[in-house]
Design a protein around this ligand. Structure first.
Ligand code: SRM
Ligand code: SF4
Length: 578
């Protein structure tokens, strides 16, 4: 299929399309801007910087002053995101990130919901150094953001079985295969700005992006791999997903799913969260090439006129999965088999101690909302530095914003626990079930799209939930609680058992009815609930759940069984005492 084929060329394109096309493969004027004294970039380059793994932000709590010219003053800095396929990294790579956050960042580091790492507060004058130092330790920020395939997720558990190593390798292979090929990244961030030259000159060195072409994708693109018994990557929320198919203990292939995505603009009916549709079975050998075909169909048919509708999920929704499959077969060059019945049915968060199967252990360390910092009570960064320098474990990041310390010898187990305790941190086994299964997005003060608090407020919301659940004898119940500071859905709220989604200043939409397994969308229970009521509004539901729970149904299943009207009736009964 020709690189430039694009059925959307006659439609009115969104302005970002023009910026990408004119960017000379993601260069724009970033190189020139990096040489200026200005503390921020111009509008067009902001779009291109994302492909390089960085977002221009400003501290929203520092806004408000004015410059001499009367313009509102902003404290600009950059978020830098590392792409880490399957979240697998070394102790040295983690230490390099901790050094960066302490030396040129805002002294905190965030483990993200896609097994990545984020630095915040990097000044423009330090941006090149930051990205170069990440590359110095053999990681990259290229395509961590932008309209390309992002970090590929896979279950990070280090079980030495016949499946995990294979899917983790597939995550790496897909990430490399689908990474942009432009040399712009090398030129801008890695070569010496004084002596280096641009390779794209006079047409003779014209670059070629075999998968993306000049225009890249219409929008961000996300890929994940899961096992039926372990959907820890929330595979159904991705544009492209792979679910393992195992026969006689051997991995034979994957059921490929397409068209998941969560972002929504509540005021725009044309936007909605969507779980992926099951498309076709592929063998192990076909997995990467079919993934490429899925990407290319979105490249050529995805909507480029309206960024709100440009994600793959809208194309699959509008045209149907059979249409999408036929196109993928055309691009791939042959027919594909139908999906097998294999599907996700469990979720393991890998927290606590577990055996790897090679005589060694791994420890899932629950990092509350993925934020690593040091203060007088809790010193996450110091604990990690101690563990990395004294034990040197392999590090794996989970999609639940937590860390697995891997390859731990039996003799080092007590030592590892002591290093955690010494820094005032709870062991994973000391954390309540509700806290363990909760995650929150970044939100304020760095996220430019945040409407409410999320990561900073969820710990106290969980304190309150712990009290209610303990009082009702529900403290052992396993269900997901997810909070975001706006409806974009960065902590994947729309398929959780319970979700709090920031809607207006201090107010949240409360969702219930999703699942821990991530295969059902939640529904709105109450909208515009003030922060102080987001736990109390659920109390009647918890009480009814305690009374009427059937077999081992989860809280999400219970809410889904009752449906909105019955749940609201419970609340009204509680309010009137009838
Ligand atoms: Fe996200 C935008 C943070 C996972 C859906 N997301 C943003 C930005 C870059 C805000 C912006 O555009 O200015 C946030 C940066 C905040 C900051 O200060 O750091 C941001 N997203 C995050 C992270 C760091 C949340 C976290 O606390 O872990 C996650 C980074 C993952 C990574 O390593 O790559 C993150 N974002 C997600 C997910 C979850 C996932 O992918 O599994 C989603 C929902 C799934 C999906 O994509 O549909 C998600 N982020 C969005 C959206 C809505 C996209 C849409 O289709 O409408 C936006 C806004 C946008 O793209 O316009 C967004
Ligand atoms: Fe920002 Fe909204 Fe994403 Fe939270 S959900 S990080 S507030 S864009």
């Amino acid at each position: 299929m020709a690189e430039t084929e694009n059925t959307t060329t006659t439609e009115k394109l969104s302005p970002v399309e023009g910026i990408k096309t004119a960017s000379r493969y993601l260069r724009g004027t970033i190189g020139e801007e990096l040489k200026t004294e200005s503390d921020h970039f111009g509008k067009d380059d902001l779009q291109l910087l994302k492909f390089h793994g960085t977002y221009q932000q400003d501290d929203r709590e520092a806004r408000g002053g004015t410059t001499e010219s009367g313009k509102s003053e902003k404290a600009y800095s950059f978020m830098v995101r590392s792409r880490i396929p399957a979240g697998i990294m070394t102790s040295a790579q983690l230490i390099a990130h901790l050094d960066l956050c302490d030396q040129i960042g805002n002294t905190t580091l965030k483990v993200t919901t896609r097994q990545g790492l984020q630095l915040h507060g990097i000044l423009k004058s330090n941006l090149r150094e930051c990205i170069r130092r990440i590359n110095d330790v053999q990681l990259s920020t290229l395509s961590a953001c932008g309209d390309v395939n992002r970090n590929v997720m896979a279950c990070p558990a280090p079980y030495q079985d016949k499946i995990r190593p294979e899917i983790q390798k597939l995550a790496y292979d897909l990430a490399m295969h689908l990474a942009p090929r432009t040399k712009a990244y090398y030129e801008l961030w890695l070569q010496d700005p004084e002596t280096g030259t641009e390779t794209l000159e006079g047409g003779s060195n014209e670059e070629y992006e075999p998968i993306y072409g000049k225009v890249y994708l219409p929008r961000k693109f996300k890929t994940a791999i899961a096992l039926p018994e372990d959907n820890c990557t929330d595979v159904y929320t991705n544009c492209l997903g792979y679910i393992t198919v195992v026969r006689d203990g051997e991995l034979v292939g994957y059921n490929v799913i397409v068209g998941g995505g969560l972002g929504v603009t509540p005021s725009a009916k044309k936007t909605f969260p969507r779980l992926a549709s099951r498309m076709a079975f592929v063998t192990k050998e076909q997995a990467v090439a079919v993934g490429e075909a899925v990407v290319k169909v979105q490249r050529d048919f995805g909507y480029r006129d309206d960024r709100k509708r440009a994600r793959l999920k809208y194309l699959v929704h509008d045209k149907g999965v059979e249409w999408y499959r036929a196109k993928v077969e055309e691009y791939y060059g042959s027919k594909l088999a139908d999906c097998t019945p294999d599907d996700v049915h469990e979720h393991n968060d890998h927290i606590g101690w577990d055996e790897q199967g090679d005589g060694r252990w791994f420890y899932g360390f629950n990092v509350e909302n993925g934020r690593l910092y040091d203060n007088e009570n809790r010193a996450w960064k110091s604990a990690l530095r101690d563990i990395c320098s004294e034990i040197n474990p392999e590090i794996r990041l989970t999609a639940h914003q937590s860390i697995l310390f891997c390859n731990i010898e039996d003799k080092d187990r007590a030592k590892l626990s002591n290093l955690i305790k010494k820094r005032g941190l709870p062991l994973s086994e000391e954390i309540s079930t509700v806290r363990r299964w909760s995650i929150a997005c970044v939100a304020l003060p760095t996220c430019g799209l945040a409407i409410t608090e999320s990561e900073r407020i969820l710990p106290s919301v969980i304190d309150e939930m712990e009290k209610v659940l303990t009082e009702l004898g529900l403290d052992q119940e396993k269900f997901t609680v997810r909070m975001t500071g706006c409806p974009n859905g960065c902590a994947r709220p729309y398929n959780a058992d319970i979700a709090y989604v920031g809607k207006a200043k201090g107010k949240y939409t409360v969702f219930v009815g999703g699942t821990r397994i991530g295969n059902r969308l939640a529904f709105i229970f109450k909208d515009m609930v003030p922060l102080e009521n987001i736990v109390t509004c659920l109390r009647p539901l918890f009480e009814a759940f305690k009374k009427d729970q059937q077999n081992d149904e989860s809280f999400g299943d219970f809410c889904n069984r009752l449906g909105l009207d019955q749940l609201l009736a419970l609340t009204n009964t509680a309010a009137t005492g009838e």
